[in-house]
Design a protein around this ligand. Structure first.
Ligand code: PBG
Length: 330
């Protein structure tokens, strides 16, 4: 064939492919989500997320030290509370001795340079599993009353030493309100990672099992449609990102990641802020489950899934695969 243009020349050898590769994922890009429990018992396996465990505070500290040494820069901490501590108003979230605050202090004392992100939302604390308090007739989450509580919660987390508070609740106006609350109390240095484009997704199922918000609510299919985004809507996501940026977010996030690569790309184009993506529990578990069945190659699928998220525009990826990738020394 008379064919002067042959793109395959650039794919001829591993060396050429290395040289022309456009994107890569390194441990420095990754944040590991971790689940914490009280007590001094053994770590608890999370049935719906094979390979992920709920850790006691001392196990968490050891894990964080290892992750930092392996090159991970940050972890996102989620508490799983004893059901007896939950009530409809999520009162435990504002207790000064609550599990997450003790966990943050312990990790900060032991591994001060590891960046800590904590979720600001009430779902681990409410008996109904919603991210906020309900309106009087119980038919919806009360936006403004919830924002007030989240501001107090964010202050407690800032005081305990987190690097970034991460509101994941999708209430209107919470980024601006939390920023103002932090600034008014001397925490202008505490960052805000906003879960800006958070969709009402079935992919959160295993996480709700991990933190127990599903069992509190009696179903993993807890319906959060009045606050989380409609999966059909890209323009609504753009609006949320723009609002969070205007309200003072330092980093904006898209969640889930893999099924929402178009949203990631549009977010990357729309803002100069760092963009984070959360490869959520269901994305993790579907790869792990298919690999366990022998239907997918675990490592190659894992790496491809993360590369796709990076390529679409993520600077930072929260992923349950973070630790294993760092330890593997990619
Ligand atoms: C709740 C929260 C959720 C996740 C992170 N924070 C679940 C939800 O909104 O019900 C999901 C993370 C995952 O699935 O890995 N505020």
């Amino acid at each position: 064939m008379n064919l002067p243009i042959r793109p395959r020349r650039l794919r001829k050898s591993a060396e050429i492919r290395d040289l022309v590769r456009e994107n890569s994922v390194t441990p420095q890009d990754l944040v590991q989500p971790l689940f914490v429990i009280d007590g001094s018992g053994p770590a608890e396996e999370i049935a719906s997320m094979p390979g992920q465990r709920r850790l006691t505070i001392s196990q968490l500290v050891a894990e964080c030290r290892e992750l930092y040494e392996a090159g991970i820069r940050g972890v996102a901490l989620f508490p799983k509370l004893d059901a007896r501590l939950k009530d409809p108003r999520g009162t435990e979230a504002l207790s000064k001795k609550t599990l997450i605050l003790r966990a943050v202090r312990a990790v900060k004392a032991a591994v001060p340079k590891l960046l800590l992100f904590t979720d600001i939302a009430l779902d681990p604390y409410t008996s109904h599993g919603h991210d906020g308090v309900l309106t009087e007739d119980g038919s919806d989450v009360d936006n403004d009353a919830t924002v007030e509580i989240l501001c107090k919660m964010a202050l407690l987390h800032a005081e305990a030493g987190v690097d970034f508070v991460a509101p994941s609740d999708m209430m209107d106006g919470r980024i601006g309100a939390i920023r103002a609350a932090l600034d008014a109390t001397g925490y202008e240095g505490t960052g805000l990672l906003a879960y800006s484009a958070k969709f009402s997704s079935a992919y959160y199922g295993p996480f709700r099992d991990a933190v127990g918000s599903a069992s509190a609510a009696g179903t993993t299919l807890l319906n959060k449609d009045t606050y989380q985004l409609d999966p059909a809507n890209a323009r609504a996501a753009a609006r949320e990102v723009a609002l969070d940026e205007a309200e003072g977010a330092d980093i904006v996030m898209v969640k889930p990641a893999g099924p929402y690569l178009d949203i990631l790309r549009q977010t990357r184009t729309a803002t100069n802020l760092p963009v984070a993506a959360y490869q959520v529990s269901g994305e993790y578990s579907q790869i792990v489950a298919a690999a366990q069945m022998g239907w997918l190659d675990r490592e190659r699928t894992r790496d491809e899934s993360l590369l796709a998220i990076k390529r679409a525009g993520a600077d930072i990826i929260l992923s349950y695969f973070a630790g294993e990738i760092a330890r593997q020394g990619v």
